[in-house]
Design a protein around this ligand. Structure first.
Ligand code: BDR
Ligand code: CA
Length: 307
């Protein structure tokens, strides 16, 4: 069997985060070395608590490190309207094991994990980019140890938080700008693919029958407000994991991506220069389209492999 690919997941669970985490943890191809948490969908205490609840649910003891409580500059905004006030409404989880939380801040935990690793590690941010920006600024030497950053965030067109801004980037645009300008290879799986990565009621019904993870996810879906049960629930964060495991489902384009900070109506927009107006070298591989059927089949097959 080929070696597993080492990854670090930076997350703000989050109902769609929980789905992505389930798939990553039970994948035969991925080795999750560390989870780091960041305020986003709800505050840091809640997202960290949710991460611990998920690990307890699966009886896994992968280290967790708490990261940023607030964006770099702007006041925090959350998405409790989408994920519920707990961030993972809909299932009655047992409390997690706080002893697996490292005493190190997420930035230091990522630094140590990267520097102590013989092989390069892929970072998979599925929340706001605050921790990743801090890591790259405080410890620029880690760049040599990062295989790539495969992130869920941004959009080549419209937004889901602002008119033009996607939530993870809108929460902390300054952090996103630091990450996109870091020189580290970046894959951006944003709304262009997230809006087509859908789960319909008949899929949810199947997922429920697979295993206890399926039952849990089915319950969370009853409270998830991204898209709709009938029109399809949006599996945004699984798009980053899907890129790692089945990139052939995507159409990708190399492009220069910058982040709008100053726009009074557009702060947090990812400016994806597909036509090269800005005459800048490409800094990201942008997922511009997805095969929705392939995604759905992959998602269901992946969830079937969970406990
Ligand atoms: C992103 O925002 C969050 O609400 C989701 O978890 C996902 O990471 C989608 O815009
Ligand atoms: Ca998320």
């Amino acid at each position: 069997m080929s070696k597993k690919r080492p990854i670090i997941i930076d997350t703000d669970p989050g109902i769609d985060d929980a789905v992505a985490i389930a798939i990553a943890l039970f994948s035969e191809e991925l080795d999750v070395k560390l989870f780091t948490t960041v305020a986003g969908n709800v505050n840091l205490e809640k997202v960290t608590g949710n991460m611990l609840k998920l690990l307890k649910f699966w009886d896994k003891s992968i280290p967790v490190a708490k990261g940023a409580n607030d964006p770099l500059i702007r006041p925090a905004i959350d998405a409790s309207d989408i994920h519920g006030s707990s961030g993972m409404d809909g299932y009655d989880f047992e409390e997690g094991d706080t002893s697996i939380v490292l005493s190190d801040h997420a930035v230091n935990a990522m630094y140590k994990t990267l520097m102590n690793s013989e092989e390069k590690i892929t970072i998979v941010p599925i929340g706001p980019l605050t921790n990743i920006a801090l890591l790259l600024k405080v410890y620029p030497e880690v760049k040599a140890k990062i295989a790539e950053i495969v992130l869920m965030g941004g959009s080549t067109s419209r937004g889901n938080k602002g008119v033009m801004s996607e939530f993870n980037i809108a929460v902390d645009p300054e952090a996103a700008k630091i990450v996109f300008s870091s020189g580290v290879p970046i894959v951006m799986a944003g709304l262009d693919v997230g809006w087509k990565a859908l789960v319909f009621p008949e899929d949810s019904a199947k997922i429920k029958t697979f295993n206890k993870t399926g039952e849990m996810i089915y319950s969370l879906f009853q409270k998830y407000r991204s898209g709709g049960l009938k029109n399809g629930l949006r599996m945004y964060d699984s798009c980053a994991i899907a890129y790692l495991l089945k990139p052939e489902m995507y159409q990708v384009v190399e492009s220069f991506v910058d982040v709008e900070l100053a726009g009074s109506l557009t702060a947090g927009t990812t400016v994806v220069d597909l036509k090269g107006y800005l005459k800048q070298p490409a800094n990201a591989l942008v997922c511009v389209d997805i095969n929705p059927e392939m995604f759905k089949d992959w998602l269901l097959e992946s969830l079937k492999k969970c406990q």
